[in-house]
Design a protein around this ligand. Structure first.
Ligand SMILES: [Zn+2]
Length: 332
């Protein structure tokens, strides 16, 4: 009897703690976010129909109501994925973006090819065949340097006329442009942070109807990102969860949002709370890739993301997981 009494006391105390947690908007451990989610940044690596079907079904099972599929800055090199966007677009829970390949061709000096790609972006946006343009890797360095290197780099002038042509097209149609711009690269002592911030502030003003998304939370510190958020009402930032030691090493100078215990850093939690309408979850998941992805499951990853989002203040959870992406990408 006495034991049961103590047990009841404990249960009562836990219930009060849980209630208190809800009332203050603080999630208690174990309360994963259980609502709808959008994954606004996805790169399947295999274009086989069955593999795609399995992946998108997995996403649906994980409560991802929509997954935004796009090519990476380096996909222009991979002809074996040429059919991927077209095939992905046929799935009901998938939205695709216009190809960013012109950036890669520019980087290689193939200007005519790049021009043709930009003409296609204009046509596809006008016809509503894609919901935006991405992922544009204007500054994409070798993030495998610490492991011997090997990631192909893409670097083009931020103000190249074709970059502006695409921003103008996005402005005309009021759609997002997803920008991967690494402001610093420590292995070669490159620091363009001030320039990159100035560039964002300039283009957001020239193209006010375009929705600019600074990927991976701009790859800058919260105060630097905040500076451009404050001067650009049409700028948003996506965040991914770094899920392997390799990705953490690659992001060492790029301000990742989490540690490998899968907790958000306090300075990022504070930013999410301060600017709850500006952040979008985008996994950057590369389903079907070898290397660090071989033993990893997207569903398990999303389950972990749900736990992390569940630990954020309740007022921001749905916005980061779902509503902001729905609004920025004008999703149904
Ligand atoms: Zn990406």
């Amino acid at each position: 009897m006495k034991r049961i009494g103590i047990l009841n006391l404990w249960l009562g105390a836990l219930a009060i703690l849980a209630l208190f947690g809800c009332a203050t908007g603080q999630a208690t451990a174990g309360q994963a976010y259980a609502g709808k989610m959008i994954d606004a940044h996805s790169h399947p690596r295999k274009q086989d129909n069955e593999i795609l079907a399995r992946h998108f079904a997995d996403a649906a099972k994980a409560g991802i109501v929509r997954i935004i599929v796009m090519r990476t800055p380096n996909d222009y090199r991979k002809s074996k994925r040429d059919e991927l966007l077209g095939r992905a677009a046929r799935f009901p829970n998938v939205t695709t973006l216009c190809s960013p390949d012109f950036i890669g061709h520019l980087h290689q000096g193939r200007i005519e090819r790049a021009r043709a790609e930009v003409a296609k972006i204009r046509q596809d946006l006008a016809a509503g065949r894609c919901a935006g343009v991405g992922e544009l890797g204007l500054r994409h360095y070798d993030k495998r340097w610490a492991r011997g290197g090997g990631q192909a780099e893409v670097i083009v002038p931020l103000d190249h006329p074709l970059v502006h042509a695409v921003l103008a097209a996005a402005n005309k149609h009021g759609v997002p442009v997803l920008l991967h711009i690494e402001p610093v690269y420590r292995p070669r002592s490159i620091d363009n942070l001030a320039r990159v911030k100035r560039w964002y502030k300039k283009v957001c003003r020239i193209y006010p109807r375009a929705r600019l998304i600074a990927l991976h939370t701009g790859m800058m510190s919260p105060p630097d990102l905040e500076e451009i958020l404050l001067s650009c009402p049409n700028l948003f930032a996506d965040f991914k969860i770094l899920h392997s030691r390799g990705s953490v090493i690659g992001f060492a100078d790029l301000h990742g949002v989490n540690d490998l215990g899968f907790r958000f850093f306090g300075h990022w939690t504070a930013m999410f709370e301060k600017h709850p309408d500006r952040f979008i979850f985008g996994s950057d998941w590369k389903e079907g890739r070898g290397g660090g992805y071989r033993d990893r499951s997207y569903r398990k990853h999303i389950a972990r993301v749900r736990e992390m989002i569940g630990a954020l203040p309740r007022s921001v959870q749905k916005k980061l997981a779902y509503s902001n992406a729905k609004m920025v990408f004008r999703l149904p």
